[in-house]
Design a protein around this ligand. Structure first.
Ligand SMILES: [Zn+2]
Length: 282
């Protein structure tokens, strides 16, 4: 078994890392059906999830959860509703997600065009896209009943985006926590143009009390980690935020901040962190 197979990390909880984007998909099997967390970048990729799940369980997919609005986590949604899946699964996500999946949104259209330009396979996938936003919207918390087990969805504040959900799964042991991209293992945390670098560590602080020391923590990208890993990533993100605040207070111009600062995360991985942090402080 390799990292690229489905792993049953607790009874009835399967996870797998998929290319492209090394994105994690998790399937939770309950007596009332299956909940699939994240749906990959396209309908073709979501069909692959559905086909593979049929090898794992005969239970039908009843629920989908989007950890956040990024393309690699939710552009496969339409495969889980009629006519591509009947009866339709109910799709859950943070209340901010539907606006990010509006097909008329210029930022969304620009991203589709950018991905389609990556080659014939991407072009084909983008041509087939159909956006389906969550209809079961979460403000702060919600629970999904899968019969003999439940998933707890929590929004604990902004960080990687303005709509990142934590998903808590009870097991016989210390539990499983799905983090979306609030925690990443295969690369540094991603500070995009829609991230909140100054708030992210506070969000992790609210989550840490919910994560038992021996809980299994499943990041949006990468290997399963633990509470200690989350705490270490929290320290790095808090350090980046503190450095942004220090440079801003010292009057260092935004365009010089990367080279002027001392960073807990390598400079080339800071993405839009400095720009976004400065904008929040100004
Ligand atoms: Zn993301």
């Amino acid at each position: 078994m390799t990292e690229r197979d489905w792993h049953e990390i607790a009874e009835g909880v399967f996870r797998k890392r998929f290319e492209p984007c090394d994105v994690t998909v998790t399937a939770v099997v309950g007596s009332a059906g299956v909940a699939v967390v994240d749906t990959r970048c396209s309908l073709a990729e979501a069909r692959e999830i559905k086909a593979q799940l049929r090898q794992l369980t005969s239970a039908p997919v009843r629920c989908v959860v989007n950890t956040h609005a990024h393309f690699d986590h939710c552009w496969g949604n339409a495969e889980f509703v009629a006519p591509r899946l009947t009866p339709s699964a109910r799709i859950w996500g943070h209340a901010s997600v539907p606006a990010r999946l509006d097909p008329n949104d210029p930022a969304l259209r620009a991203l589709v065009a950018q991905l389609a330009a990556q080659g014939p396979e991407w072009a084909q996938r983008m041509a087939e896209l159909e956006f389906r936003a969550p209809t079961e919207l979460v403000q702060e918390r919600a629970s999904i009943d899968l019969g003999d087990r439940a998933l707890e969805l929590r929004f604990l504040g902004r960080g990687h985006t303005d709509g990142d959900l934590w998903i808590l799964i009870e097991t016989g042991a210390a539990g499983i926590v799905l983090t979306g991209d609030l925690v990443e293992e295969s690369g540094p945390p991603a500070f995009g143009q829609d991230s909140f670098p100054l708030e992210w560590a506070d969000t992790l602080d609210r989550a840490l009390p919910l994560i038992a020391p021996d809980a299994l923590v499943v990041p949006g990208h990468g290997a399963v980690v633990d509470a200690a890993f989350v705490r270490a990533q929290r320290e790095a993100i808090a350090s980046v935020a503190a450095e942004i605040r220090r440079l801003h207070a010292a009057g260092v111009p935004v365009q010089s901040a990367a080279s002027a600062g001392t960073w807990a995360i390598e400079v080339k991985a800071l993405g839009a962190a400095i720009e976004r942090g400065y904008a929040a402080l100004t």
